[in-house]
Write a protein that binds this ligand. Structure first.
Ligand code: PMP
Ligand code: GLN
Length: 397
C-alpha cells in the first residue's frame, strides 16, 4: 500500500534517524553556538593540494575517471602505504578509490556479507557502520570499549572472544578510534588477528586517523594488515578527509588482496560508479608531501587536544584524554549531567557550545549514557572561545 500514512522506508533502515552529526550541526547553526560536534576542521588543507585541484578543474579533468580511480592516485596511495607502514599493494588491482571512507566501508560490507552474517565491531561505533551492516541484512556483534583506570578505553579480551562465532563473517576495526580517541594496542590487535584466523573471518579496517596518533600515546598506530596472516584477509580503508583537512571532498580508498578489492569494486560501481575526478589527482599530490607535513599536522592537533582538554577539565568535566583522532570524550556526571543526549541538546542554550552525545553509538546505551564527544580540530581562538563559554557551566549551577 502506498498511502501518506505509511512510512515508505524499508524496515531495516527505520531505526536510523537523521545522523547525530547533521542534527547537532543544524543546532549549532540555529543557535549560533561554537560547533565542537561534527568533526570537520575550520582551516583548509595543504596549499599544494588545493592548487592541484584548481588546476585539474581548469585543465579538463571533469569527466568520469576510471572505475578503480585515476592511475596517479592509486600509485600515490600505494607509495604512501609503503612509506609509512611498509605495506605493498599493487596499484592495478589491489587499490580502489571510493567516495570517502564511508563508501569504502559500505561497499566492503555489502560485498562480503550475506543476510544473517555477523559483523564484530567495537562500540561506541561510527554511525555509518550500523547502517551499512543493516543495509546488508547482516547482524552487528558489538564489543564495548570501556575506560580503564588510566583513562584509556580498553577491550575486554573475553568479551571480544565471545563476540566471534560460526556466523562471523568479518570484524570491523577502527583504529585510531572515533569517538574515544583510542589507539588499539599490540595485544588487542594480536587477539583480533588470532580470532580472525581461528574463525576464518575477514577484517575491514577503518584507518582514517592513521596520521593522528599523538607523541605521548600508549601505542603507535599499527595497521592490522601488517600482522602475520592478516594482509590476505584484510581490506584496509583510509581517506583524504582527515589527513588533508578536506572532509567535503569525499575521496577515500580501500586496499587489499585482489579478490577482496575486486569484490568492493563490483559493489562500488553500482553505488556511485566513480567519484571526484578533479580531486583525485590533487589527493595524489597531498599523499606525496614530505614527512614533515604529516608530523606538523599531528603536532598541531596534539596542541589543540591539550588546549581543549585543559578547558574541559577547568569547566568541571571528567576528561578521557585521547591517544589519537581529533576527538575527546568527557563524562558529564561531575557537572550534574545524567544523560548525554539531554546534556548536548541543552548545551547551546546553557553556554553556546555544541557537542555530540556518544550514547547514540552504543547498543549498550548505559555504557555511554553520560559520555559526550568534543571535536578539537578547530583554530586555537575558536577553542579558546569554546573554553570560556564552557566555564559558564560551572557558574550556572
Ligand atoms: N570512519 C570514521 C571513523 C570517521 O570518523 C569518518 C568521518 N570522519 C569516516 C569514516 C568517514 O570518512 P569519509 O568522510 O572519508 O567518508
Ligand atoms: N566523521 C565526522 C565525525 O565523526 C562526521 C561525519 C559525518 O557527519 N557523517 O564527526
Amino acid at each position: 500500500m502506498t498511502t501518506a500514512n505509511v512510512d515508505p522506508l524499508v524496515a531495516r533502515m527505520r531505526p536510523f534517524g537523521t545522523t547525530i552529526f547533521a542534527e547537532m550541526s543544524a543546532l549549532a547553526v540555529r543557535t549560533g553556538a561554537v560547533n565542537l560536534g561534527q568533526g570537520f576542521p575550520d582551516t583548509d588543507g595543504p596549499p599544494e593540494m588545493l592548487a592541484a585541484a584548481a588546476e585539474a578543474l581548469r585543465g579538463g579533468r571533469n569527466q568520469y575517471p576510471p572505475g578503480p580511480g585515476v592511475p596517479e592516485l592509486r600509485a600515490a596511495i600505494a607509495a604512501h602505504q609503503d612509506r609509512f607502514w611498509g605495506l605493498t599493494y599493487d596499484p592495478d588491482g589491489e587499490i580502489v578509490v571510493t567516495a570517502g571512507a564511508t563508501e569504502a566501508v559500505a561497499a566492503s560490507i555489502l560485498a562480503l556479507c550475506e543476510p544473517g552474517d555477523e559483523v564484530v565491531c567495537f562500540e561506541p561505533y561510527y554511525d555509518s557502520y550500523a547502517a551499512s551492516i543493516a543495509l546488508a541484512g547482516a547482524v552487528r556483534r558489538p564489543v564495548t570499549l570501556r575506560p580503564g583506570a588510566d583513562g584509556r578505553y580498553a577491550v575486554d579480551p573475553a568479551e571480544l572472544r565471545a563476540a566471534f562465532g560460526p556466523r562471523t563473517r568479518l570484524v570491523l576495526l577502527n583504529s585510531p578510534h572515533n569517538p574515544t580517541g583510542k589507539v588499539f594496542t599490540a595485544g588487542e590487535l594480536a587477539l583480533v588477528a588470532e580470532l580472525c584466523q581461528e574463525y576464518d573471518a575477514y577484517a575491514v579496517t577503518d584507518e582514517v586517523y592513521e596520521h593522528l596518533v599523538f607523541t605521548d600515546a600508549a601505542a603507535p598506530h599499527v595497521p592490522l594488515a601488517t600482522l602475520p596472516g592478516m594482509r590476505e584477509r584484510t581490506l584496509r580503508i583510509s581517506s583524504a578527509g582527515k589527513t588533508f583537512s578536506c572532509t567535503g571532498w569525499k575521496v577515500g580508498w580501500a586496499s587489499g588482496p585482489a579478490p577482496l578489492v575486486s569484490a568492493v569494486l563490483r559493489v562500488k560501481q553500482f553505488l556511485t560508479f566513480v567519484n571526484a575526478a578533479p580531486l583525485q589527482p590533487a589527493v595524489a599530490v597531498a599523499l606525496a608531501l614530505p614527512d614533515d607535513y604529516f608530523t606538523g599536522f599531528r603536532d598541531g592537533m596534539q596542541a589543540r587536544r591539550d588546549q581543549l582538554g585543559a578547558a574541559l577539565r577547568a569547566a568541571g568535566f571528567e576528561v578521557f584524554s585521547p591517544d589519537g583522532t581529533y576527538f575527546v570524550t568527557a563524562d558529564v556526571t561531575p557537572l550534574g549531567g545524567r544523560d548525554g543526549i539531554e546534556f548536548c541538546r541543552s548545551l547551546p542554550q546553557r553556554c553556546g557550545v555544541v557537542a555530540v552525545p556518544t550514547q547514540v553509538f552504543y547498543d549498550d546505551v548505559e555504557a555511554g549514557r553520560r559520555l559526550v564527544r568534543f571535536a578539537f580540530c578547530k583554530r586555537p581562538e575558536v577553542l579558546a572561545e569554546a573554553g570560556a563559554r564552557l566555564r559558564r557551566l560551572g557558574e550556572d549551577g
